[in-house]
Design a binder for this molecule. Structure first.
Ligand code: SDX
Length: 374
């Protein structure tokens, strides 16, 4: 048993044709395409279609797929009643998780447990739509605001950010929001995707795999980092701004604290290509909020100190934290939006697992006592 790798660090858990992180060539491969190229020229629905079907859609395929993503009729209105019963002190990720479990009940047992590709595609596409509605409205209901239903006259991303903010935004802001969703869409085998595949490998259903995935992504070492990162930037602002930013980070590092939004199990001491792509959009939104320029200065100082002191660079959560803030998105929605985008990746991986399944069942390096007598 000498092949024990804590945290499965560097272990190949499965073969896949969904995505691959080519760190040496700094490319995130998505079904053969470069994710950054896709984010620069395609919309989230186009890339979501590619991720779950394996090919980019033609116009007809895209139109019918987008219609499904905005189809409110598939969302049982009783769900809003359920969301209203959830304690107002709940975290948005937990409300969405509950909503996913509840929505599973609207499928017959036979349909729910049907792991055929066709049924998984149907359920998966419906889940992408359902999670977006759950994301926007969970936060609204927790804050005593009226629910907003999808507007199928809008594009997916325009509709999603409008439901979140309760108002329309400029096309530039929609475009940046869409690029963020595309950058979050799929990323090989992070903890949440692995969790979903482990659950799917028992032939459990797509909804159950999603519940595992969202529970994992909630953690601050994973999807929760974007919220933690903006809280840190705002804390620096509060405590004196860019003139104390360096000292603030040095003190944290001295206390062996983690700076959220930096480092990565796979990229290690390299820049996350998604962060490199998205950081250029921060200047476009600076004037969107008060103190935008100062927050951007703090952002840059933290990045420089982390590179100099730890040789660590931003992962995607760091620029997205500031971009979401500049878009006016409520902070408790940062990680839920990450999950809403990653639903497409989870659908693809659950389908792949069910299509060619091998139950995940690792072994252990036992370090406990032996031979004890009663
Ligand atoms: C995401 O896997 C994915 O692909 C995830 C994701 C996706 O798209 O799905 O990319 C999304 O989750 C991005 C990561 C978001 N998390 C954070 O930003 C949280 C802060 N980052 C770290 O906690 C850390 O970098 C991890 C968890 C992301 C990776 O940690 P590892 O690979 O387990 O590395 P490690 O904990 O062994 O750290 C190695 C060294 C340690 O120093 P020493 O104790 O050896 O001296 O690097 C240091 C760590 O202390 N270190 C950090 C640090 N990250 C690592 N020090 C300060 N701040 C940090 N952020």
């Amino acid at each position: 048993m000498n092949d024990f790798k804590p945290g499965l660090d560097g272990v190949i858990a499965t073969d896949t044709n969904v995505s691959y992180l080519d760190v040496d060539n700094e490319e995130i491969v998505i079904r053969g395409y470069d994710l950054i190229e896709l984010a620069g020229s395609k919309t989230y629905p186009e890339v979501a279609y590619l991720v779950i079907n394996g090919n980019l859609p033609n116009t007809k395929e895209l139109n019918s797929f987008q219609k499904l993503l905005l189809d409110d009729s598939a969302f049982p209105s009783e769900t809003y009643d359920l969301l209203n019963l959830i304690p107002k002190s709940s975290m948005v990720m937990d409300v969405i998780r509950t909503g996913i479990s509840y929505l599973a009940g609207f499928h017959s047992e036979q349909n729910l447990m049907d792991t055929s590709e066709n049924q998984n595609l149907n359920k998966g596409t419906r889940l992408i739509a359902e999670v977006a509605i759950l994301t926007a409205n969970s936060h609204r209901i927790l804050n005593g605001q009226k629910i907003i239903k999808p507007d199928s006259s809008k594009t997916f991303s325009e509709n999603f950010i409008s439901m979140i903010l309760g108002k329309s935004v400029s096309q530039k802001q929609v475009e940046i929001f869409d690029k963020i969703l595309t950058c979050y869409i799929e990323h090989e085998m992070p903890n949440s995707t692995f969790a979903a595949r482990v659950i799917a490998s028992t032939l459990s259903d797509m909804y159950g795999a999603f519940v595992g995935g969202i529970s994992s992504l909630k953690g601050p070492l994973h999807g929760g980092a974007n919220e933690a990162a903006i809280h840190m930037i705002l804390d620096i602002k509060e405590k004196g701004g860019s003139k104390i930013a360096e000292r603030y980070i040095l003190d944290k590092l001295k206390n062996k604290e983690r700076i959220m939004g930096f480092g990565h199990r796979v990229y290690m001491k390299k820049y996350d290509p998604r962060a490199l792509f998205l950081k250029d959009y921060i200047s476009d939104l600076e004037s969107n909020i008060e103190n935008g320029e100062e927050l951007h200065n703090i952002y840059k100082i933290v990045e420089n100190v982390m590179a100099r002191e730890k040789g660590l660079y931003p992962n995607t959560d760091y620029p997205i934290a500031l971009l979401f803030y500049m878009l006016g998105i409520p902070i408790p929605l940062y990680t839920p939006i990450f999950f809403a985008s990653r639903t497409a990746g989870l659908v693809a991986h659950v389908i792949e697992q069910h299509n060619n399944n091998r139950l995940f069942r690792p072994r252990v390096l036992y370090t406990g006592p032996r031979g004890l007598k009663l």
